[in-house]
Design a binder for this molecule. Structure first.
Ligand SMILES: [Fe+2]
Length: 349
């Protein structure tokens, strides 16, 4: 916007007739506008390009470049497109008016001028133009604010999920960081399989809290060295269902509760708690299963030392096609064997 506080707005007036130009200029200057006259379409385009005004008054009948062509060029240029153009002409035939609007004009005044009419139209269109610019600025600001607050909520969600993950890991120091490492590996596998970014976001989130149901287990079971008895094992095996119950009421845009519920299911139905088979297990849970096994076997547990990544990959190779989906197993193996993927170091190792 080029109006200053001292003027009501800046206007370029285009007319090949110097007398008309003088009359109009005087009329508008007296009303407080800052006026720049131009005697041809070419001169007007140059003047507008050098310093865009708030409004243009444009004569139709001019030699070389008429008003329509001048207006079309103004509307074709991104920098001058938004400047309102009011056509002025002695002609009042309907065709002229239509062509004027089609060329991009916003209004039309006829010669001889009636001062009040010209001023009223100029004032109205300047106000509309200013309001439009103001609205555009407001929309831009609101859009920026919305995207900032969306990012803030997004960060808060991630931090909250990590805090929830920590509540279970605080009671179970041997698996500290397990969920986060599983989440990173699951994400790498999903990326290799071509899963889209949005679905991967949900997978990372679900993986970060996949063992949340272990909060229900007594700490002495979680930390006990040596093998667990049948009753204790049965208790441990409730954690996918408990996890599902904890998360079920949260309205995630991803199937997080199912991921948690199904992460111990196996392709051939040998898993738990439901013994689901094949595609009855959601893809995220099938990926999570592979990442979970690899991370768990590669890391230290209270009842055994770390078996190492080689043993973990061997298990995936052995189970590919039976307990693990072959494509997922292959992607995981390729990550470690071809891409040099490494599990982040576990703090307890
Ligand atoms: Fe688990």
């Amino acid at each position: 916007m080029n109006s200053t506080e001292q003027t009501a707005g800046s206007i370029v007036i285009v007319d090949d007739n110097p007398t008309n130009l003088r009359v109009l200029s005087a009329m508008l200057e007296q009303a407080g506008y800052k006026v720049r006259p131009a005697l041809s379409g070419e001169l007007a385009l140059r003047s507008v390009a050098a310093s865009p005004p708030d409004l243009i008054l444009l004569d139709i009948r001019m030699p070389v470049m008429d008003g329509y062509e001048t207006c079309r060029r103004l509307k074709a240029d991104e920098a001058t497109r938004a400047i309102p153009v009011i056509f002025i002409s002695a002609l009042s035939e309907i065709e002229d008016k239509l062509t004027a609007f089609q060329a991009g004009g916003i209004d039309y005044v006829t010669k001889p001028f009636q001062t009040e009419e010209v001023l009223a139209r100029v004032r109205t269109h300047l106000q509309l133009h200013h309001m439009q610019l103001h609205l555009e600025t407001l929309v831009d600001e609101r859009t920026r604010e919305l995207s900032q607050s969306e990012q803030r909520y997004h960060r808060m969600l991630e931090q909250t999920i990590q805090a929830i993950a920590m509540t279970v890991e605080k009671r179970d120091p041997y698996t500290a960081g397990h969920q986060l490492r599983v989440s990173q590996l699951a994400d790498a596998i999903a990326e290799k399989l071509g899963m889209d970014k949005y679905a991967r976001e949900g997978l990372r989130l679900g993986a970060t809290i996949h063992d949340i149901g272990k909060i229900y287990l007594p700490a002495e079971i979680l930390n006990r060295p040596g093998r667990l008895g049948d009753i204790e094992m049965a208790l441990v095996r409730t954690h996918p269902e408990v996890g599902r119950e904890i998360i079920a009421k949260v309205d995630f845009p991803w199937p997080v509760a199912e991921m948690i519920h199904q992460h111990h299911e196996r392709l051939d139905g040998s898993g738990y708690p439901l013994g689901l088979q094949g595609e009855a297990i959601i893809p995220e849970a099938r990926i999570l299963a592979v990442a979970d096994v690899v991370e768990a076997m590669a890391s230290h547990r209270p009842y055994r030392p770390a078996l190492g990544i080689e043993k973990a990959l061997e298990e995936i190779r052995r189970g590919a096609g039976s307990v693990y989906q072959p494509e997922i197993a292959a992607a995981c193996l390729a990550l470690f064997e071809q891409d040099g993927y490494q599990l982040p170091a576990a703090p307890t190792d």
